[in-house]
Design a protein around this ligand. Structure first.
Ligand SMILES: Cc1cc2nc3c(=O)[nH]c(=O)nc-3n(C[C@H](O)[C@H](O)[C@H](O)COP(=O)(O)OP(=O)(O)OC[C@H]3O[C@@H](n4cnc5c(N)ncnc54)[C@H](O)[C@@H]3O)c2cc1C
Length: 288
């Protein structure tokens, strides 16, 4: 498959990117790693007249600590995340997630900003962003705004980002002392998208659940929080019965669509299993 002809732009500043976006409006598309956009262009689901490559924009790269937050440039690749000592120490959930995305070839080019911006319910970062309470820095012709992950994912390929905005940075509070987190993903084979997956962040106080967030991948039109599952755990000892109950609540909440990875019933059951698996792993990490 061959994409439609397009003009290619390779600006090297954010300001130049915004100017190009303002000039070409919705005729333009931003190019990050290209691993989602280029297949869509080849299939002609996307046919931009202008492609604006972000790879030369240095201000979109890098992972730094700022107070108790970690700031991750949108053009940071999955490979950079896997290799980051800062993330391994302060946000290991992100490293665990990136390791499970696709294969090394995709991880060398694919970016966290592209994964989140694409709005694909099958992508892994959106649920992890919800579980971590991340926020996204969006810059457009009218300046900068910061949107919490909870308000960002609106539906399949639909996000709160305007066509003339660029995601520049992802901001996440570093993991709380004594907390544990896990991303459990079921896939058919290495390199595949999730059949179902769950991200869990858990903190105990006096042996009972004081904070928990649970978010699901690929079992609804967009990544979602499993609110009832979270509520069922609060203030309780996280034992086998509580974990099973949370899994049941997550199954009830999700709205999976049947596809090649499974029918609705199977995906729903797997969402419950992934929540249970992620909760058990997070629990062990709380104690560590
Ligand atoms: C074989 C294969 C397997 C894969 N498996 C997985 C998987 O298991 N899990 C997973 O999560 N992903 C998977 N992916 C997708 C991969 O993670 C992509 O890299 C990701 O979805 C998009 O990131 P990108 O940097 O390639 O973005 P691109 O494809 O370049 O862009 C994607 C979209 O985001 C927009 N965009 C990109 N950057 C920005 C920005 N900074 N601001 C605003 N808009 C922006 C683009 O305009 C485009 O609409 C897979 C891809 C392939 C090819």
């Amino acid at each position: 498959m061959i994409p439609r002809p397009f003009a290619y732009h390779a600006p090297d500043t954010l300001q130049a990117v915004i100017a190009l976006l303002s000039e070409h409006g919705d005729q333009a598309k931003l190019l990050a790693g290209g691993h989602s956009l280029l297949p869509m262009m080849k299939l002609r689901f996307a046919a931009p007249d202008h492609l604006i490559d972000l790879r030369r924009v240095k201000e979109l790269c890098g992972i730094v600590m700022s107070g108790d937050e970690i700031h991750i440039g949108a053009m940071t690749t999955e490979h950079d995340i896997v290799a980051s000592a800062l993330l391994a120490e302060h946000l290991p959930l992100l490293v665990e997630t990136a390791r499970q995305i696709a294969d090394p070839q995709v991880r060398y080019k694919g970016t966290i900003g592209g994964d989140v911006s694409h709005g694909d319910p099958g992508n892994d970062h959106p649920a992890v962003m919800l579980a971590l309470g991340a926020s996204f820095v969006l810059v457009g012709p009218n300046g900068e705004r910061i949107v919490p992950a909870a308000d960002f994912f609106l539906g399949t390929y639909a996000t709160a980002m305007e066509p003339d905005e660029v995601m520049t940075q992802i901001r996440i509070r570093k993991a709380a002392a004594g907390s544990g987190a896990s991303y459990a993903k079921l896939k058919r084979k290495t390199g595949d998208y999730a059949t179902a997956a769950a991200a869990v962040v858990l903190r105990l106080e006096g042996g009972v659940c004081a904070e928990v967030s649970i978010a699901l991948t690929n079992v609804a039109p967009a990544a979602m929080r499993a609110d009832a599952a979270e509520a069922s755990l609060m203030g309780k000892t996280v034992d086998d019965a509580a974990i099973a109950e949370a899994g049941r609540h997550a199954m009830e909440a999700c709205e999976p669509a049947a596809d090649l990875r499974g029918d609705e019933e199977y995906k729903r059951a797997m969402a419950g299993q992934m929540v249970e698996r992620a909760l058990r792993a997070a629990l062990l990490r709380c104690a560590a």
